[in-house]
Ligand binder design. Structure first.
Ligand SMILES: [Zn+2]
Length: 315
């Protein structure tokens, strides 16, 4: 009977699924395979307690972790055309967007917020990897420009935390255009003389790694994060050579000068605060002497008072 399959069965399913215990109480560590209880994992900022693997986290957790006392204000992001190319693969792009929106309760793959980091006002744009792999479409490009604009208005530094597979293929050339647009956002920061910091997280690949993510004043990466343009397997097949151990990992990039520091998640906020302190302190903490005066002071030998009881020199 049709009404049985179409009406009764979904109703029963809905009733049954509500009473099921949530299956996300335990997480399996992708690094060592250990089963981790979600409360312990939450307390450890989603870092495996046995092997130190940094698990992927959503934008909300990321913002709460970085801002002082977990307090921040989100900004409303500019509206963009939803499906400009009327793209369709196995599914309509419009439907994919709606799915992702209801699953993540975000409008697109990025969240922009402002607050304080280590007492300094800051604007943070964090990617939501759960939203279509954190892919960069028009909405993300627009959000990055909005973040830079807000930072400029507030005279605050901008911190971007990518977690992205690259450009959003469903938006074709429009998504590729976000690469230069996001770099324009960064150059606004440079013109305003404000710091721009990037925290590379797992994964930062494709068009994102080929644009705003690699042009920061200070580039920080989380341990073990995969950062690269093309995937390791694609490169291996193209050049027909075995890639070195740890290729495209944060530590490898640090060794080869692509990254300034690799910082553990629990130390991120303190490190960013320290960097901001160094970059934003307008006056040096020491007294500045004019050059001539300083040179004269260095050249003149200071007369030393004879120490009592010491043997006289030259005797
Ligand atoms: Zn582990």
């Amino acid at each position: 009977m049709n009404w049985l399959t179409n009406f009764v069965r979904p109703k029963i399913r809905a009733l049954v699924s509500k009473t099921e215990t949530p299956d996300n109480l335990w997480h399996k560590c992708p690094g060592c395979g250990q089963m981790l209880f979600h409360r312990d994992l939450d307390a450890a900022l989603f870092v495996c307690t046995s092997c130190g693997h940094h698990l992927r986290i959503d934008a909300k957790r990321r913002l709460a972790m970085l801002f002082d006392d977990g307090k921040y204000q989100r900004i409303e992001l500019p509206r963009t055309p939803a499906d400009p190319l009327r793209f369709r693969d196995q599914k309509r792009y419009g439907d994919r967007l709606k799915d992702a929106q209801s699953r993540t309760s975000e409008s697109d793959a990025i969240v922009v917020a402002h607050g304080a980091v280590g007492g300094f006002p800051a604007v943070i744009a964090a990617f939501e990897f759960g939203f279509m792999g954190g892919s960069m479409g028009t909405a993300v490009g627009e959000a990055l420009l909005a973040a830079a604009h807000l930072a400029e208005l507030q005279q605050a530094p901008m911190i971007v935390i990518p977690a992205s597979g690259g450009a959003r293929m469903q938006e074709g050339i429009l998504s590729l255009m976000q690469m230069p647009r996001s770099v324009i956002a960064v150059s606004k920061m440079r013109e305003a003389g404000l710091p721009y910091i990037v925290v590379l997280t797992d994964p930062t690949t494709g068009g994102v790694s080929a644009s705003f993510a690699m042009v920061a004043d200070i580039t920080i990466a989380e341990p073990g994060a995969v950062v690269g343009f093309a995937g390791a397997r694609v490169i291996e097949e193209t050049i027909r050579e075995t890639l070195p151990e740890g290729f495209q990992r944060a530590e490898y990039l640090l060794e080869h000068g692509m990254v300034d520091m690799v910082v553990r998640r629990k130390d991120l906020r303190a490190t960013i605060a320290r960097v901001l302190g160094l970059l934003l302190r307008r006056e040096p903490s020491a007294q500045v002497l004019p050059f001539a005066e300083a040179a004269a002071a260095a050249l003149t030998p200071t007369p030393r008072a004879p120490t009592p009881g010491a043997p006289a020199q030259g005797s």
